[in-house]
Design a protein around this ligand. Sequence first.
Ligand SMILES: Cc1ncc(COP(=O)(O)O)c(C=O)c1O
Length: 380
Amino acid sequence: MNLIPNQRHLFDIPEDVAYLNVATMGPLPLAALEAGQRGLARKLRPWTISDTDFFEDTKRLRPLLAALIGADEAGIAFVPSASYGLATAARNLPLAKGQKILLLQDQFPSNVYTWQELARETGAIIETVSASGNASLSDALIAAVDPDTGLVACPQVRWTDGARIDLIALGQRCRDVGAALVLDLTQSCGAMTFDVREVQPDFAVAAGYKWLLGPYAMGFLYAAPHRRGGTPIEHNWITREGAADFTRLVDYTEALAPGAERYDMGGRSNFALLPAFEASVRQILDWGVANIEATLAHQNRALAEALEARGLSTGPETGRGPHYLGALLPESAPGNLTARLKAENIYVSKRGNRLRITPHLFTSENDIARFLSALDRHLG
Ligand SMILES: Cc1ncc(COP(=O)(O)O)c(C=O)c1O
């Protein structure tokens, strides 16, 4: 594992901007912009786009996405959003009346509404888990899994405060009781190591525009080997067998593409966004997720100490994602704190009563110094 030196030169972030808000939206690397612009420009001359081009970008990108999470490329589908991937999972995980769906307190809405809908359809019951007493959120979730649990849907880190779930232990517990496990990795994929071979989820989804530094409306869904024979939520021409022969597309077929490709979104061959997404994912793989994680952990450790010294608790490091700080604000904090910081070109977000601070490899010491000095002024 190596600590990565500052990478700001690969981004378009001016010196006087402290962008500490990757949890809201990761900046596109310059290389991804160039790839995306080249891709978009192809549409100026559609006659230069051939039939086989509809398959080329996804063919290159699928194994790269698989490499991020220790998967095989046949387990990867292209989705525009986390909610799309979660809907696919819900469509293919039948539950019985009275079975429990476990969610976390304050979980991201896309990963709640999907299950509320499934509960309405099946008569399953939603149970929301929060940390209680000395038990961490992770321990509380694992303890709540019992033989009545049909499904657990959760993230690797909670979006509000970065609270971390021990997915290996959770995966084991789910298998012990026969519960399905669906993961939303949007707030961790690209910044935290994760391996499907260790966790063995049924489905895992990640929107690509945060920690994968990709364009908006591109993400992926992983389906476990035994979940690749299911039904997609929409039916399009390219996810059927034989789609490569454009002259025979009206020889309609029941046969879906093998593997998770059957779950690919319609319009998946996006000539502008796929090359941009590919460039972002290649950059993440070049750095190495373990190295990114170690570097952000190192940076954030120092920042967490500085916040603690100011009375802003981020909780124990073992309990949070190393890339993710959710600092508890004092009641006296001004309601417009993030707006005041923004006025100084310092970008963070507020979720509940926490200030969410999510820097990346482009964050400089000057960014952090400016942020802390602004906090001192505004929190008085
Ligand atoms: C945990 C989590 N999941 C998903 C999303 C995005 O959801 P969707 O892709 O459905 O728009 C976000 C955005 O903030 C998020 O924090």
